[in-house]
Design a protein around this ligand. Structure first.
Ligand code: DGJ
Length: 326
């Protein structure tokens, strides 16, 4: 009888604290992630989509550091913590003959095109000395299918390096990259099929920004970016606007002087039943070697046109309600 009462009290206290239904997931920073097979997750400078109730993440496989240039791996997860290795979607010497011999891929970013139903990757498609300054586009019929090269080159003839993508709520989609020898950022509007860049707007002229990542919060767009200092982290800066092609505010510092030893890769939006939470995803490069670079995640809060980084070694997130707690 005493045991039953104790058990009932325990269940009651779980209901009270909310733990029975809370489904909190703990995200820990500063350590290597392992996939569900126990292998180190290799998905540096990652890009993400939500598809069929899962997160899909693509990123650079730098297992072999500089010896073999990165392949692109695909993983999936329900909670950003337990990652299943799906497959290598772009592979040296296989996907294109020059890849891994004269070309390498950095900052692969994945999108699903709602008009065509295809899965499209845009990335930085580079030569060893960063002289090619090109981008590439790959496409597949399914998220974990065969990705074929659609196109590679300089978007609209413009030299292009570090990159990202942004899909706006009205379906307009952009490739954004560091242009003309790292001088500017270029915002490239993509064609309906996402196969080519069809309009270019130069942003932040002469300000030498890279690792751009855009998020939309209400009607306002925020862009996070870093300076160009190789693999060494530097101060993240933020700018905002209500029109992607103009009106960006002057760059302002955010976070500490090294973005908590990271460089931006993506901003995730977790729209829960109680709140929307925004997660910064960045790379802690060379920690201490390139293959051991860590993926770091922490919340960003927005208040009107202000925003704040909340770096923590670990925090909990509830993907159902959207809440997070230190
Ligand atoms: C910083 C960039 O953001 C990375 O993607 C990579 O290109 C390194 N520089 C190379 O030094």
């Amino acid at each position: 009888m005493k045991r039953i009462i104790t058990l009932l009290l325990l269940i009651l206290s779980m209901f009270n604290s909310g733990t029975a239904f809370a489904r909190w997931t703990t995200i820990r920073n500063g350590q290597l992630w392992h996939d569900t097979d126990g292998n180190v997750v290799q998905a540096h400078a990652p890009g993400f989509i939500r598809h069929n109730g899962r997160w899909y993440m693509v990123g650079e496989d730098r297992t072999h550091a500089f010896r073999v240039l990165p392949d692109v791996n695909l993983y999936s997860s329900k909670d950003l913590v337990k990652w299943k290795f799906e497959r290598k979607i772009i592979q040296n010497h296989v996907t294109t003959p020059e890849l891994g011999r004269s070309r390498m891929i950095e900052r692969a970013k994945l999108m699903r095109n709602p008009k065509t139903g295809k899965f499209v990757v845009w990335c930085h498609y580079e030569a060893g000395n960063y002289g090619a300054s090109e981008a590439a586009c790959f496409e597949s019929d399914s998220v974990d299918g065969t990705y074929r090269l659609v196109w590679s080159g300089r978007p609209m003839g413009i030299k292009s390096r570090d990159c990202n993508v942004f899909q706006d709520v009205d379906g307009t989609t952009y490739f954004i990259s560091t242009t003309e020898e790292n001088q500017h950022l270029g915002l490239f509007r993509l064609s309906d099929d996402y196969h080519e860049a069809i309009a270019h707007t130069q942003l932040f002229p002469g300000q030498r920004r890279e690792a751009p990542a855009i998020v939309r919060v209400g009607d306002r767009y925020f862009m996070f970016s870093s300076a160009c200092s190789g693999w060494a982290p530097n101060q993240c800066k933020v700018s905002h606007t209500t029109d992607l092609t103009q009106g960006w505010t002057p760059l302002e510092n955010i976070g500490d002087e090294t973005a908590f030893r990271t460089q931006a890769a993506a901003i995730l939006t977790i729209a829960g039943t109680k709140q929307t939470t925004y997660l910064y995803v960045g790379d802690r490069w060379m920690d201490p070697t390139l293959p051991e670079s860590k993926i770091i995640i922490f919340p960003i809060t927005f208040d009107g046109d202000k925003c704040q980084f909340h770096y923590m070694e670990k925090f909990d997130i509830n993907f159902k309600t959207g809440e997070w707690r230190p």
